[in-house]
Design a protein. Structure first.
Length: 291
């Protein structure tokens, strides 16, 4: 496998005392039992995990700290970056429907590592898959007013993708990032078709990019037969210059190690040209997150 400098555009570095579920037993979630990762996951452990995987830079993605502590999380991430040089950028959290969202966004933007905002809007009939109170939050006027202040966003299930495409068309100057390649949770023939139709609609929006991460979420395993087809079809629809790699660590650590995940992903893009592989592994994330 040819060595390619890689940007990991989706890793979480958690502080145990700041995780919202620690006031009681872990609440069942999308990735199954997660007691093994209910602990500190430091930047030093992350650096150890990525050893020998050609990772040259990383981007922290918000981890749902308790309500009202979005700035505290971002400020803590900034302190780690200032101390260690990692991560190289931060995607912070804000509730865009909050009337005071503008004030928070100004404070977040003042932190050098901040590159964008993630507010999880995915809603599903399965309560364990929900991070939003309902499926159509993105259509609210108040929420859209907050969105107008941003430059990065996104997380949807296939059933929400049509609304997502309408949203992207309504804000053509905002860069959207669809996480986890659209979260294909239903792998039946009809589930695949719903996902393809939604992804095709999003691909028609040039301001929508795709993070190829979290592909083991619904099978709770690192499987080439799952990762390969999702990656292949997504890149075919969006192009390599709108797709980029992410590890989703430490969540994926529940069922695999970093080296296995990275090698499996590299195999999934091995059919692409060197330039396309370089875009997915490095260039697209480097451009979008300005690192």
């Amino acid at each position: 496998m040819k060595s390619v400098p890689t940007v990991d555009a989706h890793h979480h570095v958690w502080r145990l005392n700041d995780l919202p579920w620690l006031s009681g037993p872990p609440v069942p979630r999308i990735f199954g039992p997660y007691q093994p990762i209910c602990r500190d996951y430091s930047i030093y452990e992350y650096r150890s995990d990525i050893m020998d995987c050609d990772i040259v830079k990383s981007i922290y993605i918000q981890t749902n700290w308790p309500a009202g502590r979005s700035y505290d999380e971002a400020r803590w991430v900034q302190s780690i970056a200032d101390t260690t040089g990692w991560p190289h950028a931060n995607v912070a959290h804000a509730d865009l429907a909050d009337p005071d969202a503008g004030s928070l966004l100004k404070r977040l933007a003042a932190l050098p590592a901040t590159r964008g905002i993630r507010q999880q809007l995915h809603w599903h009939e399965n309560a364990q898959y929900r991070f939003a109170p309902r499926a159509d939050v993105m259509n609210d006027a108040d929420w859209r007013r907050g969105l107008a202040m941003l430059a990065d966003h996104g997380l949807l299930f296939a059933s929400q993708m049509a609304d997502g495409a309408k949203l992207a068309r309504s804000f053509p100057d905002i860069v959207f990032v669809l996480e986890h390649a659209g979260m294909l949770e239903d792998m039946s023939a009809s589930g695949w078709q719903l996902w393809r139709d939604g992804m095709a609609a999003l691909a028609q929006c040039p301001n929508v990019n795709v993070k190829l991460s979290g592909l083991g979420t619904f099978v709770h395993a690192c499987r080439a037969d799952v990762i390969g087809p999702i990656v292949k079809e997504t890149v075919a629809m969006f192009g390599a210059d709108r797709c980029f790699y992410g590890s989703n660590f430490p969540i994926e650590k529940l069922w695999t190690d970093y080296g296995t995940l990275y090698r499996t992903f590299r195999s999934a893009i091995a059919h692409l040209s060197d330039a396309e592989q370089a875009a997915i592994l490095h260039d697209t994330a480097s451009r979008l997150y300005r690192i």
